[in-house]
Design a protein around this ligand. Structure first.
Ligand SMILES: NC(=O)c1ccc[n+]([C@@H]2O[C@H](COP(=O)([O-])OP(=O)(O)OC[C@H]3O[C@@H](n4cnc5c(N)ncnc54)[C@H](O)[C@@H]3O)[C@@H](O)[C@H]2O)c1
Length: 395
């Protein structure tokens, strides 16, 4: 059975204190459970959340490994229409989670996404009376105590001052870039990268790519773009971030330049990594892009019309559903026991899985004569009925 075009359920919540809206979309269940983060941003819409929930269904299915302990869940997503830096934001978050409590307790596992950190989600979830933001999956575990301990231990792992949970996603994005370069026979050394967003995803992606020898020539955050054709000091920028991923400009070196917010897009670079907001690349601004690859660390950063125009110009978009799927998969690999609470093991497993997925997707795109996104969708379409057949929608 294939997934219906409309989500299993979608709802709009209104905060009785501020009048702000929040959304929950459950695209699909597998064994009665779904997975998908919670984002908070001014202007967040139900449509956006529905698109993200569908993307989660795909990410879960793409990581299906019949030999693995982790069995894919369904896809879901939450969204709150509020600026995360608004003084009322935390109260809105707690009330949203309180309202969503029955869903989180029974079938929606969630975590951090744009605008929220896992620490904040955990703190607000506790205040809302939840055991954990992923408690709905506990009944599916063989040994719940050991599994929860393993995940808690993994969250406590810190690498160079950054939590492992904030690095695995970017490790997967970086590996996607490297796999594409390898396939095209392009050396890492000197390949230039421009990144939009230096938060969890963008920051970690920049870190892993710089370590692989690529030159990060531009990064944008909410305050604008910083650039240096000779390469930015990525570690210094990461250390100068606040909790929202905004870089303190006093950390810039003399040769670094401050440019307008959209300058990351037209940077002279081979690889663009949008790692901030959805809909960043549209039909109009795609004209400024000269890169050869756009690697979607963010969810839905490239609009379909833009992707079509980019494809005509020979620019390849590696799609979000594959590229940024590492964080979600890492949670489950760890919880279900495919890997231990160990950074080296997590990075190695993430790299191996992401490379296999990227290779499979690019090979399929070549064979079918389609875009990588169409190829990823085709792989998902093959896989969803297999998962539904084996595990069912409801437990
Ligand atoms: N965090 C995760 O685990 C995860 C996993 C998969 C996908 N994603 C996706 O990656 C994207 C980023 O998520 P995150 O968790 O890294 O967010 P984050 O809040 O940690 O960081 C966001 C970054 O983007 C910057 N930013 C925000 N608005 C901007 C704008 N208009 N222009 C330029 N920069 C802007 C911020 O300054 C910050 O540097 C989102 O689309 C999210 O859905 C996140």
């Amino acid at each position: 059975m294939t997934a219906p075009a409309t989500p299993l359920m979608s709802l709009t919540w209104t905060d009785h204190v501020t009048g702000r809206h929040g959304y929950l979309v459950v695209d699909r269940l597998v064994r009665g459970v779904s997975s998908g983060g919670l984002r908070m941003r001014q202007g967040c819409t139900l449509d956006e959340v529905a698109g993200l929930a569908r993307g989660m269904t795909m990410k879960e299915a793409l990581h299906y490994n019949p030999q693995g302990r982790y069995i894919p869940l369904g896809g879901a997503k939450g969204g709150i229409d509020c600026d995360p830096q608004d003084p009322q934001a935390y109260g809105v978050l707690v009330r949203y989670l309180r309202a969503m409590r029955p869903y989180i307790e029974s079938f929606w596992t969630t975590g951090e996404d744009l605008g929220l950190t896992q620490d904040l989600v955990d703190r607000a979830a506790e205040e809302a009376g939840l055991v954990s933001s992923i408690q709905a999956v506990y009944p599916l575990l063989d040994d719940e105590t050991a599994a929860r301990r393993r995940l808690a231990d993994a969250f406590a792992v810190d690498v160079d001052g950054i939590g492992l949970d904030e690095l695995v996603g970017g490790c997967g994005v970086a590996e996607s870039v490297l796999a594409a370069l390898d396939r095209a026979g392009v050396p890492y050394e000197g390949t230039r990268v421009s990144v939009q967003g230096l938060g969890t995803m963008g920051g970690a992606t920049a870190r892993f790519l710089a370590r692989a020898g690529l030159r990060v020539v531009a990064v944008a955050d909410v305050k604008g773009t910083v650039a240096n054709p000779e390469g930015l000091d990525v570690d210094a920028l990461l250390a100068a971030r606040d909790a929202y991923g905004t870089v303190d400009r006093s950390a810039l070196r003399e040769a670094d330049r401050e440019l307008p917010g959209d300058a990351w897009l037209s940077a002279d670079a081979e690889v663009l990594v949008p790692a901030a907001v959805s809909y960043a690349v549209d039909a109009a601004n795609q004209e400024q892009i000269t890169a050869r690859w756009i690697v979607e660390a963010a969810n839905m950063p490239v609009l379909p019309e833009a992707e079509e125009l980019l494809a005509r110009r020979g620019i390849t978009v590696l799609p979000d559903v594959v590229v940024n799927s590492g964080t979600n998969a890492w949670w489950w690999w760890t919880l279900f026991g495919d890997i231990d609470a160990n950074a080296d093991e997590a990075f190695a497993y993430t790299r191996r899985s992401m490379r296999a997925l990227i290779d499979q997707m690019l090979a399929r795109a070549e064979a079918d004569g389609t875009t990588p996104r169409a190829a990823a969708h085709a792989i998902v379409a093959d896989r969803l009925p297999v998962i539904a057949e084996r595990f069912g929608w409801y437990r």
